[in-house]
Design a protein around this ligand. Sequence first.
Ligand SMILES: Nc1ncnc2c1ncn2[C@@H]1O[C@H](COP(=O)(O)OP(=O)(O)OP(=O)(O)O)[C@@H](O)[C@H]1O
Ligand SMILES: [Mg+2]
Length: 313
Amino acid sequence: MKEEIVIEVENLRVDFENVVACKNVNFKVYKGEIFGLVGPNGAGKTTTLKVLSTLLKYTWGKIKIFGYDIEKDFKEIRKIVGFMPDFPPVYNELKVWEFLYLYASSYRIEKEKRMSRIEALLNTFNLFEKRNSFIGELSRGMKQRLILAKTLIHDPEILLLDEPASGLDPTGRKELGEMLKKIGKSGKTVIISSHILTELADFCTSVGIMEKGEILLYGKIDEISGIPKDKTLIRLRIKENIDLKEILGDYQKIEKIEKIEGNCWKILIKGDENSIPELIKFVTDKGISIVEIKKEKEDIQTIYFKSGAKYVT
Ligand SMILES: Nc1ncnc2c1ncn2[C@@H]1O[C@H](COP(=O)(O)OP(=O)(O)OP(=O)(O)O)[C@@H](O)[C@H]1O
Ligand SMILES: [Mg+2]
């Protein structure tokens, strides 16, 4: 099945008075993807997201969202996009439900449907018990969840989230990751920015690496990971301190083998994961004890290095 392109950015350029914030930015995002926009401070992430949310005028470029032209059809686009800014305005003197009601009204959700929509979101984001609390009384993580709930109020097809994990503790980050995975599975498309690579690694399906206003590399993690489709990367830890490369030298299915550290080896084998049992048999037949074996994806960090970006966290 052909995948549906939801966001298409061509040659985007954004000039501020003295700075070119984005230049020649090109990327595509497909339906259901969780696209991580990653790069250091000042890379142009917020600028890109603001343009996509129709809130910022750009200098030139061509941008389509669900086939709509961002310039001509911005009203349509606003209906299908939910934007969570990096420093969202919160109104400490409003109650949690009032805040959501405010946005429900401004998105013109029918009056009789507003409260049920708000209730559903409060439940999803574990805030139902706090519905009558003032926003000023919420913890940072709760505020983040409330902002995310607000971003979803009009049930947008696309979510643009600018550093939503900042200020969250590890549990909060994990919860956010789980929620985003669910959102992606429901068919919605998410772009999420961060300058912390590891923050995105667990739940992004694709990534765009940005530096100095340019996208250096983008694509599905599986496709840009460098592991060919017909090969499998394995991490193997053995008990013996031996040269596994020499011992496996006559095993035909090995494409590449290198030592990572200690008795741990990275092995690229021909074939899909069905080749793993055969490898295990071959190794154990040589009298070697396997302590751990794991099929590996090349991680986001490796992709980052490949992009040529200089900055990494
Ligand atoms: N309103 C503005 N006026 C002038 N320059 C701006 C404006 N907004 C952003 N810039 C500049 O554009 C560049 C990109 O900024 P942007 O906020 O998009 O980066 P970012 O990747 O989101 O960084 P961070 O990780 O710090 O949020 C920076 O050099 C910044 O100083
Ligand atoms: Mg930013």
